[in-house]
Write a protein that binds this ligand. Sequence first.
Ligand code: F6R
Length: 612
Amino acid sequence: MCGIIAGVSQRDITKILLKGLMCLEYRGYDSSGLAIVDKYGHIKRLRCLGNVKKLKEAVEKDNLIGLIGLAHTRWATHGIPSEINAHPHLSDYIIVVHNGIIENHEALRKQLISYGYVFSSETDTEVIAHLLHFRQKQKDRPLLEVVLQTIPKMTGSFGIVVMDSRNPSLIIAVRKGNPLVIGCGKEENFVASDQLALLSISNKFIHLEEGDVAEIYSDKIKIFNIMGKIINRNKISLNVNCEITNNKGIYSHYMQKEIYDQPLAIKNTLKGRCNNKEINFSELGVNISAFLKKIEHIKVVACGTSYNSGLVARYWFESLARIPCDVEIASEFRYRKFQVHRNSLLIVLSQSGETADTLAALRLSKKFNFIGSLAICNVLYSSIVRESDLYLITKSGIEIGVASTKTFTSQLIVLLMLATKLGSLNGMNLELQYNIIKSIQILPHRIEQVLKKDKLIQLVAKDFLDKNHALFIGRGDHYPIAMEGALKLKEISYIHAEAYAAGELKHGPLALIDNRMPVIVIAPNNELINKLKCNIEEIKTRGGLLYIFTDNNTGFIEKDRNMKIISLPYIENITAPIFYTIPLQLLSYYVALIKSRNIDQPRNLAKSVTVE
Ligand code: F6R
């Protein structure tokens, strides 16, 4: 995790660094820092515990000005969140910011201490600064040469940016495992962990590839491979509206805005891919139907919320396309001795496209005989997209809130389209296909309807003010929606929440039920509703507090204070998992709000998880 931005220009860049850093806060926000070299060659460094707003205030107070500098927003791995552990780290004239982990930092630290270096932080990053300084001191050489010779001494994954205050016209960026992108401006160049941070200076970008080392001056950029051989990387132009990222509009939080963005996010994701009769994935190439027809098995790999969307998709792949599917957590998959089925497609799901474990699983898959890899992702040009054979982009727009909302439902709509497409290639009857397509097309409208339940859900949320635990239950394709509901509640309200397949309760979790345990039931009007009603009775007779999210027509009646019915508008069965996600997102949002949590930046988390 962690966000980096650095630049070299002919004008003062402190404001640019701070603005960029704000856009990177989703990568970590426990502390932040900035260092510039002023016109006298002096290093000015400011670091703060807490988010970038605090750093901005400190920078404004000290009136820092510089043409070259580095900045960082941190998600602690080695060393507690504190000012001394915040980046940039220094070793005399060497200045470093870092995203990732130096796995052999302990051995290097010992070695450097024996050479007389004194460490002022507990971080692995400080090792990089001293190591560079040590090698530079041995023999005065160009910074590039020193960096190239130092990289092989460090194991782990990292994106680093380095500067030498004695030569304040150059920054060096290294990508080994963690993403870095160069933004090419006019008489100035910047580098950052994400192009989002650079939109205010340029729409021209160079994405560094694994092992790239870039020498960045204000008027030129040179890229080398790890052997020091100069290489060519394409410059791409992107037109993204920067305001989307920084504008909450009428909403109090990004998460709230992003929940409300969902009808539009889904409409955008459907555009050009779904007409009245069929699903069109021609963006995947002219021969795509022949390729899809060969698929006999699907393996989905993802983390967190993206994993939950994979679990829903399994129901669709198996029921609509009749293709067996397994879904795995990326961090487990990559260390398991798995077997690859014949003609198996690997699908990697990721909002950010940078999640370290998902990316590592994708890389690992290349050593096995998958028929191909398909990324479903919200960020074009992310590592996962660039390294997959095929990709489908969700068009949710930028998601700032750490808790995924609109990107989850957009992933689901792409997965449903894919399952329908595979089904149609595998002989799905046309009437079913048309009905699914109709349900997909009307979904944005249905979501607008369910969002109107906002006030009702806000009232329900009040019951959770004094709660520390909650259970979520669902059946069939709504079991993963219960999992997603529980994940959302725990991550932003800090209530311990667990999800169970409703039929599993009697195998253990029923012991938890009493009149202080809220049980949130996802009860759409489908073929499993009568089974679910039996499970609800089991909870009721044991005094559990029931919150039943259901359809108007399921016949639930609020008989006593221990049972609340949240009646939702009609929804077609096939898209119900997407639809039922929305009220659960609202519930988490309002519970977190009444508990005064930091909704967009929950404690200990970051949006882009680039460490294993
Ligand atoms: C939860 C959440 C995380 C992410 C997970 C994977 O709201 O956002 O669980 O889903 O870190 O991230 P991506 O989808 O970027 O690979």
